[in-house]
Write a protein that binds this ligand. Structure first.
Ligand code: ADP
Length: 545
């Protein structure tokens, strides 16, 4: 048989015998239909972004067999999700919900505990349940991607409503939002823009949050809070429930938009640039989650391998990056680029753009790039589409930087200040130099804070490259924490470490999280270890890494 058909011995969740597990799966097949319960016994196939696997992390930073599912189940309704949860409680089997599993760079579809049964919600629960052109809201199931939502809005002729999309648009709107992902329109803070959840709790009960708790309410998607404690928060970046429906608010079409790009020549311009950005961003003259990116990413965004520019070992030298930027890119050489967008009709944009221009040009050598000079496949136009709420996948091109390219992110948050930007830049640069890795820093400026997103691109078939990437990440997390910086989100493998940095008052927050976990999930079946939260049954037994 060819390798692609050969069977692997399926992984069995810890604490259950193989025969018992086989019996349990057969029972679930009886409930959901045999075709909706798949044993993971085929060779692991990586595919690519649009045809990604749901059995493991296709961008694994550990050995590929480390974080794999024992089986994947496909519930078709909230009731079937309840059945899966009750089944998991009966057999004490860990289950791991995913919406679409395109959370690449943070673990993809992989479960935190090896041998968990992955609950792939997106395959069959992929409906837009409501699209409301009067309230500018929608209600989606886990399998609705940014592309699907965008296309549905166009198909209905609702051009007065925009969606907000992250850098790559193939992921789940719901999954991205509950993992607190961001996009680049004024609605870029996805979590802040959601309104209402339906959640299956680890014991099998179903709740609706906010106004969804009031039978017959017509404000579930327009008033997020309802009455009493605001419970939505505990279902984001956690393992307290399986979200089966989510309300999302949509942005009104602003009546015009215009992308702009400025470049700044020197590495030292970063600090002064941040001081200029902060007041403009907080006062909404800079209106969207903008990006400040290093020129090395302009090379990587060409989609060509690093070997085209440099065949030596260690980080690519700065002179080579600058020379290649001059010869190979339409924008030419610089060190930092700011990508932003102005919204509204031309006369409104003109006022804001003039203010931005005057401020940015206080930095010597600052240059406004004329978009008319840029070819259609320039990275600028990908940023233009994304900031206008049009899903895109151009961003994936930089994964070609190394053979078998995979990526994993380090993403600390800080205020928008010169001191913080330069401290984090220096920290990242030192760590990357130490491990001989090219450094790709991008600052995503929220409103009062920025996420520094550093994607490490590595060859996933090269054990030494994987190890170097992981060691570099671990160093950066610890060094950042020592300076008072924490990550906004992290990869499965780093969740314990990152959770450990949020340790104020003898780890009081984690103790609280654990109390919630034990109360809501007494058998510890739902996504054990996700975000560093371990149920009682696992705690102190060596599961952390
Ligand atoms: P995307 O395809 O948008 O990247 P994922 O499905 O990978 O989203 O979701 C990101 C992470 O959020 C998952 O790894 C999972 O841990 C968690 N998650 C996703 N969907 C749900 C859900 N419906 N209920 C609970 N947790 C979820």
């Amino acid at each position: 048989k060819p390798a692609s058909e050969r069977q692997r011995l399926p992984v069995v969740p810890q604490g259950i015998e193989r025969d018992e597990f086989t019996k349990a799966l057969a029972e679930l097949q009886g409930q959901l239909g045999a075709e909706h319960v798949e044993i993971n016994d085929k060779p692991l196939k990586d595919g690519w972004y649009m045809e990604h696997p749901n059995t493991h992390d296709m961008m694994t930073i550990l050995d590929e067999e480390e974080l794999v599912a024992s089986a994947v189940v496909y519930p078709g309704s909230t009731e079937e999700v309840q059945q899966v949860v009750l089944w998991a409680n009966k057999y004490r089997i860990p289950i791991f919900p995913i919406s679409m599993g395109r959370n690449l760079g943070y673990g993809g579809a992989a479960p935190r505990v090896r041998g968990s049964v992955t609950v792939d919600l997106g395959r069959r629960m992929n409906q837009i349940l409501d699209l409301n052109p009067e309230d500018y809201t929608c209600l989606v199931e886990p399998g609705v991607s940014f592309y699907a939502l965008y296309e549905a809005i166009q198909a209905k002729g609702y051009g007065h409503m925009w969606i907000d999309t992250p850098d790559v648009g193939g992921g789940s709107v719901l999954g991205n939002t509950i993992d607190r992902g961001v996009g680049y329109t004024p609605y870029g803070d996805h979590w802040a823009c959601h309104a209402g959840l339906e959640v299956v709790l680890p014991t099998g009960d179903v709740i609706r949050t906010g106004m969804g708790a009031l039978p017959g309410s017509n404000t579930w998607q327009t008033f997020p809070y309802g009455f009493g404690p605001y419970s939505d928060g505990i279902f984001s970046q956690s393992n307290y429930g399986i979200v089966t429906k989510m309300g999302m608010t949509l942005m009104p079409n602003p009546g015009g938009y215009e992308s702009f790009m400025y470049t700044f020549p020197k590495e030292e311009d970063l600090g002064p640039l941040m001081e200029i950005i902060r007041p403009l961003r907080i006062s909404n003259i800079l209106e969207n989650v903008a990006q400040v990116r290093h020129v090395i990413q302009a090379l990587a965004a060409l989609g060509q391998p690093r070997s085209k520019f440099f065949t030596g070992s260690g980080p690519i030298p700065a002179e080579i990056v600058h020379t290649a930027a001059t010869t190979a890119t339409a924008v030419g050489d610089y060190t930092w680029a700011y990508y932003g967008m102005a919204y509204g009709p031309a006369h409104i944009r003109a006022h804001k753009l003039a203010l931005v221009d005057a401020e940015f040009k206080r930095i010597p050598g600052a240059r406004r790039v004329d978009p008319a000079t840029l070819p259609a496949d320039e990275y600028f136009w990908a940023r233009d589409r994304i900031a206008a709420g049009v899903p895109d996948i151009h961003e994936l091109r930089w994964v070609n930087w190394t053979p078998n390219g995979a990526h994993v992110a380090f993403s600390p948050v800080s205020p928008i200040r010169a001191a913080d930007a330069t401290a984090l830049f220096a920290l990242g640069k030192r760590a990357h130099d130490r491990y001989g890795i090219d450094f790709f820093p991008a600052f995503c400026v929220g409103l009062r804070e920025m996420h520094l997103i550093v994607e490490i691109v590595f060859d996933r078939d090269d054990g030494a490259a994987r190890r170097a990437a992981l060691d570099c990440l671990r160093d950066m997390v610890d060094e950042a924490a020592a300076l008072g910086y924490g990550e906004y989100r992290t990869h499965l493998v780093l969740m314990d470490q990152v959770a450990g940095t949020y340790s104020w008052n003898d780890g009081a927050l984690m103790k609280f999280n654990e109390r919630l976990k034990d109360a809501l999930d007494p058998n510890g079946i739902l996504a054990p270890g996700r975000c560093g939260i371990w149920p009682k049954r696992y705690r102190g037994r060596g599961w952390e890494m």
